[in-house]
Design a protein around this ligand. Structure first.
Ligand code: COA
Length: 331
């Protein structure tokens, strides 16, 4: 009997309509289009503006897109995982609300949080359930409403982040396609450099802490940048080496979209030409848990069955890693 592997069999995505351009940011903080473009590669990002709509709104839209494209009966879904760093609210799982709203009434559901590595780590979790034979249809969603914790007076962060969601379906495969290998890492010494300090259990928000504005995301960009460049490139190179892969074998690099220079550095380390590097940071900025599935969403029509893909991500915590996956279908 052939071993069961966990393959992605469908993709969906959603970004809000409102476009926040570099030009518009010039009127909000001291910055300019040329600086943002050359330092990050970002030209615009999408923002969910409507009051009362949170991350679940984005997640539901991406899931509905996938369900409709695949012709999937949501009642067949066993598990819904929402990867997010910006849940709708504390305590109540965003995934539970999302699952109910999309009609996945037979699924259980939970949130998974590892900052910008959330979706990558979620791929590992979903695959392990499939490989074990325990579940057959897992909807893995990456969704973040980053605008909910951005200070639009802080030019170090407001130029980078955007809102969006992507979704993939994981199912068993008997042709050996899907997830092949993973190299996942974390190091808590990194948490001082990228965090929203107040609003968690260590420092709950009260009148005084609110005034300090530390419920917004803060980052020491230079330190995060250096660590992201080193670690994303390192794990990508190592996972290729231990699977005897050369740059010629790889069809695509699917890397977390935080800064174009970080993605370029990773691609350079594994000698991958630009045409094989998925890129949409110019349109969406950093959508945290949504970057990887939104890349698959944008490039789905170019993917071919058997394509060897390297995924890579780096995020707060610090958390990072790489996954090697074989694509399972032609669109
Ligand atoms: C944030 C980031 C784009 C800043 O780029 P950088 O090249 O490191 O820039 P620096 O922070 O060194 O700042 C360089 C200069 O530009 C200025 N600057 C910073 N932000 C600016 C902005 N938005 N517009 C114009 N100037 C800006 C700085 O004040 C500094 O000026 P100085 O030289 O007079 O002191 C970059 O560090 C980065 O991308 N970091 C990683 C971000 C990330 O990946 N975060 C998510 C985690 S996955």
């Amino acid at each position: 009997m052939s071993k069961i592997t966990a393959a992605i069999t469908a993709v969906g995505g959603y970004v809000p309509d409102f476009v926040l351009t570099n030009k518009a940011l010039e009127t909000m903080v001291e910055t300019n289009d040329e600086w943002i473009t050359t330092r990050t590669g970002i030209k615009e990002r999408r923002i969910l503006k409507e009051d009362g709509k949170g991350t679940s709104f984005l997640a539901i839209k991406a899931a509905e897109d996938l369900i409709q494209k695949k012709g999937l009966d949501p009642k067949e879904i066993d598990l819904v995982i929402v990867c997010t760093a910006t849940p709708d609210m504390k305590a109540a799982a965003t995934a539970a609300y999302t699952a109910t709203q999309i009609g996945a009434v037979n699924a259980f559901s939970y949130d998974l949080e590892a900052a910008c590595s959330s979706f990558l780590f979620g791929m590992s979790t979903a695959s392990a359930y499939i490989e074990s034979g325990r579940y057959k249809k897992i909807l893995l969603i990456g969704a973040d409403k980053n605008s909910s914790f951005i200070n639009y007076k802080d030019r170090a962060t407001c130029i980078i982040f955007g809102d969006g969601a992507g979704a993939v379906l994981f199912e068993p495969n008997e042709e050996g396609l899907g997830l092949q290998d993973e190299l996942l890492k974390s190091n808590g010494e990194g948490r001082d450099f990228l965090q929203a300090t107040y609003g968690g259990s260590s420092y709950p928000i009260n009148e005084n802490t609110y005034k300090e504005g530390k419920h917004y995301i803060f980052q020491d960009g230079k330190t995060v940048f250096k660590n992201a460049v080193f670690n994303m490139a390192d794990v990508s190179e190592r996972i290729m080496q231990r699977n005897q892969l050369t740059n010629d074998d790889i069809a695509w690099l699917v890397a977390h979209q935080a800064n174009k220079r970080i993605i370029d550095a990773t691609a350079n380390r594994i000698n991958l030409e630009d045409e094989k590097v998925m890129m949409n940071i110019q349109r969406y900025g950093n959508t945290t848990s949504a970057t990887l599935p939104l890349l698959l969403y944008d490039y789905e029509s170019q993917l071919k069955k058997g394509d060897k893909i390297i995924f890579a991500a780096f995020g707060g915590g610090f958390t990072w890693g790489s996954i090697y996956l074989k694509w399972a279908y032609n669109s």
